[in-house]
Ligand binder design. Structure first.
Ligand code: BES
Ligand code: MN
Ligand code: ZN
Length: 495
């Protein structure tokens, strides 16, 4: 939609954006920006409902060429998060009118609310919405891609805190957009080595980031059994990509945060091949890893926490050949746990198991969060509205929830229980990778993973199979990848 969005710049923007609450008159602050009364007149038109997501255009005789009245929804129920969607709506309107510079003046409307509104958070949400709606994957434009020509947009806001928020929001969206572009990249191009190179490139961009790639013999030496087996049938060799963010100074006692991302460049199901339409879209089975990469971008560019953050991308292609791993194989993991493979399509948990073992053994983690497009079951349970979250540590869960509230990337807790672990028992190994019953499907994944986290280390598992992509334009997203998790994880280490 836009080729770039910058904050600041000179005054004299083409367009002005003001806010109106549902069923309310314009506030006094906004009226000051309306020298000839045309905005007031427009705000009384029947279509000026103030409904969240509505925009009314005004063409005043004096001042700005164009004024956009953004509907903010009900005044009493107003939540700054709704401005994310507002940013999306605004971005669409600005792009279709080919506007290149805009001034945002929502402070009048926001100031008219009795409770104090956090201007920085408001600016951030709007900036995220603008940045997210701005994403177009230029690398892979097709005949069905909307909008041919893209212009630049410069945004300014009179309120300083709002303006700082805009910058932060745009930077967080940039991380999410990196995740989306990687997700969109076709599997014949985005091979395992391509993902490794993308991370090395990212590490070169920031001197606080470094990247190492573990592959070949080193995988054997490190006993990364899941990666080795899941990746065996592919011409693209499996690897563990380790990205590390090292702050200039570490806060006293702050232990590393570790993110583990499922990065399956393509999931054919392996010998338990996916049938019917099940395989299409499986280039996006790397989206957990892509979200982690996006988060690392934002962490290095704006969040800059005073703690170490380690990203472990478990990268392999689940392909088919005579060298493929098979149902009935028994694998012995790094921590000694043995796994009977009952279904080669339950591959994500196998590569994540390696990542969790590695994190516990080598990274001295304060906490671990893994993120993955793990199960079709979570799509059935929660759709694209919430990601599934499993976390029994009260402190970490509160932090994840806080990050979710700030980012608008919704998570819903689902349970762990010994009875679910019992479902995973095997006659020939400690556990199976997929139980013979469909019962509690997304929870089976979490139960499996729990065998690879050391007692006492706070851990959260996030299943994004439902939220990593949307099939039609909605809010701040266009049909395609959402980058879900990039902003959530970045906020998690910010708080
Ligand atoms: N990558 C899939 C899960 C998935 C499904 C992601 C739909 C995105 C959209 C995963 O590897 C998988 O195949 N899961 C199977 C597991 C089963 C074979 C135990 C599933 O959920 O059906
Ligand atoms: Mn699978
Ligand atoms: Zn998968």
């Amino acid at each position: 939609m836009f080729s770039s969005i910058t904050v600041g710049g000179r005054s004299g923007a083409q367009a002005l954006v003001v806010g109106q609450f549902k069923g309310q008159k314009l506030d006094k602050g906004t009226l000051k920006l309306d020298p000839d009364g045309s905005v007031l007149a427009a705000s009384r038109r029947t279509e000026a409902t103030g409904e969240a997501g509505s925009v009314v255009e005004v063409f005043p005789g004096e001042g700005f060429e164009r004024v956009l009245i953004l509907g903010l929804g009900g005044k009493d129920s107003f939540d700054v998060g709704s401005l994310r969607r507002g940013g999306g709506v605004l971005g669409r309107a600005l792009a279709s009118a080919k506007i290149t510079s805009v001034e945002i003046a929502l402070d009048g409307a926001l100031g008219s609310i009795k409770r104090a509104v956090d201007e920085e958070r408001a600016g951030q949400a709007l900036g995220e919405g603008l940045g997210l709606i701005g994403w177009v994957c230029d690398e892979f434009r097709g005949s069905g891609t909307n909008g041919k020509k893209r212009g630049k947009l410069s945004v300014r806001a009179s309120d300083r805190d709002f303006s700082a928020g805009l910058k932060r929001g745009l930077a967080l969206a940039e991380g999410a957009n990196l995740a989306r572009t990687l997700s969109q990249t076709p599997p014949n191009i985005a091979t395992t080595m391509y993902m490794a190179k993308a991370c090395q490139k990212l590490a070169r961009q920031f001197d606080t980031l470094s990247c190492t790639v573990i592959k070949g013999e080193r995988l054997v030496k490190e006993r990364l059994e899941g990666l080795i087996n899941v990746g065996k049938a592919s011409e693209s060799p499996p690897c563990l990509i380790r990205l590390e963010y090292t702050p200039r100074s570490v806060a006293k006692g702050a232990k590393p945060a570790v993110f583990v991302g499922k990065t399956i460049t393509y999931d054919s199901g392996g010998l338990s091949i996916k049938v019917g339409g099940g395989m299409r879209g499986m280039k996006r089975d790397k989206d957990g890893g892509c979200a982690v990469i996006g988060a690392m971008h934002s962490i290095a560019s704006v969040v800059k926490p005073r703690r170490k953050v380690v990203a472990l991308l478990m990268c392999a292609e689940n392909a088919i050949s005579d060298e493929a791993y098979r149902p009935d194989d028994v694998l012995t993991f790094r921590n000694g746990v043995t796994v009977e493979v009952t279904n080669t399509d339950a591959e994500g948990r196998l590569v994540l198991a390696d990542g969790l073992c590695w994190a516990c053994d080598k990274e001295k983690p304060g906490f671990i969060v893994d993120i993955a497009t793990l199960t079709g079951g979570v799509v059935v349970a929660l759709g694209s509205t919430y990601a599934g979250m499993w976390c029994d540590d009260d402190g970490l869960r509160a932090q994840v929830q806080g990050a979710s509230d700030r980012s608008g990337e919704r998570v819903r807790r689902l349970p762990h229980h010994q009875e679910y672990r019992d479902l995973m028992k095997s006659p020939v190994a400690d556990i199976v990778n997929s139980a013979p019953v469909r019962a509690a499907h997304p929870i089976q994944g979490a139960a499996f993973l729990s065998h690879f986290v050391k007692e006492g280390i706070p851990w959260a598992h996030i299943d994004i199979a439902g939220t990593h992509a949307v099939d039609k334009d909605s809010g701040e997203y266009i049909a395609g990848p959402t980058g879900f998790g990039a902003r959530l994880l970045a906020e998690l280490v910010a708080g």
